[in-house]
Design a protein around this ligand. Structure first.
Ligand SMILES: NC(=O)c1ccc[n+]([C@@H]2O[C@H](COP(=O)([O-])OP(=O)(O)OC[C@H]3O[C@@H](n4cnc5c(N)ncnc54)[C@H](O)[C@@H]3O)[C@@H](O)[C@H]2O)c1
Length: 269
């Protein structure tokens, strides 16, 4: 259980996204959840927060672009002031932009993908550390960070944007380096590596593959589903369950893990 823990989730504005499911799951375990996302997702943030509150959940929402360090600082400061502490950070914000081919990808798309997926995760981790360190130790634990990487952070998979793969490998590396540095200070860092998850990001992937290969999005999905042992993409709640495990006390001896949650999909090259 995560009773009375304060958890911040980035990229939690999209109604069908993994972030929203994570917020609901952590709240279901007793956490006070803070949903954050970019300005363009403000309506989704508000709606998500109100839906949780209607279910009796203690939820807040803030606009926070993870690529803007000052904005991250100011939101974390407000959260700590309003809610008294921060215990859990889930770095879920991500984009999948650009081509899967080296000679096709635009430099700006590559840079933007690194800015959001890697630097955004770095910004939030660096800014949250003082708050986690200031928590009193509970069974030697002061806080937990879960980064949403990808199966593409463990191996290169065909048709996935190359910048996305590079960024998620970097998120896994960052997670492990931070886990090592903060293990004896009571802060655990782990990564969840989803395979295919049924969100708008997956729909966009099929739209692009369909255009590139002259097939329908449904055919593109069927082709990918065939590569998954369980024969289907995950629902966001199935990813959220692993986040709740890694964030909570059941995983007190787990740090530096990059955990595939991929239905038996192969991790690629
Ligand atoms: N859907 C999949 O198949 C899949 C597979 C593996 C990993 N993932 C990862 O899961 C995470 C969530 O993805 P999703 O599938 O729910 O997609 P999604 O597009 O629904 O969610 C991503 C969220 O990140 C937000 N975001 C984008 N840029 C941001 C920024 N600069 N600052 C803050 N928020 C920002 C978006 O507004 C959006 O709400 C991502 O990190 C993604 O890479 C998804």
């Amino acid at each position: 259980m995560l009773t009375d823990k304060v958890a911040i989730i980035t990229g939690a504005g999209h109604p069908m996204g993994i972030g929203r499911a994570i917020a609901a799951r952590l709240a279901g375990e007793g956490a006070l959840v803070v949903l954050t996302d970019i300005e363009a997702a403000r309506d989704g943030l508000l709606e998500g927060c109100q839906t949780l509150q209607a279910d009796g959940v203690r939820a807040r929402h803030f606009v926070m672009d993870v690529t803007v360090p000052d904005q991250v600082s100011s939101v974390l400061k407000s959260v700590a002031k309003q809610l008294g502490r921060i215990d859990i950070l889930v770095n879920n914000a991500g984009i999948g932009g650009g081509s899967s081919q080296l000679m096709e990808i635009q430099r700006e798309d590559f840079q933007r993908t690194l800015d959001v997926n890697l630097m955004g995760t770095f910004n939030c981790c660096q800014k949250v550390i003082p708050y986690l360190l200031s928590n009193p130790a509970d069974n030697n634990q002061r806080g937990s960070v879960v980064n949403i990487a990808s199966l593409c952070g463990l191996g290169a998979i065909a048709d996935i944007p190359i910048a996305y793969t590079a960024s998620k490998f970097a998120v896994v590396g960052l997670t492990k380096a931070m886990a090592l540095e903060y293990a004896d200070k009571g802060i655990r860092f782990n990564a969840v590596c989803p395979g295919a998850v049924n969100t708008s990001m997956r729909e966009q992937l099929f739209t692009r593959i369909a255009e590139e290969q002259g097939i329908s999005p449904q055919q593109a999905q069927a082709l990918e589903d065939e590569t998954i042992a369980l024969g289907r993409g995950a629902e966001p709640a199935e990813i959220a369950a692993s986040v709740a495990y890694l964030a909570g006390p059941s995983a007190s001896y787990v740090t530096g893990l990059a955990m595939p949650v991929a239905g038996g999909m192969a991790a690629g090259l």
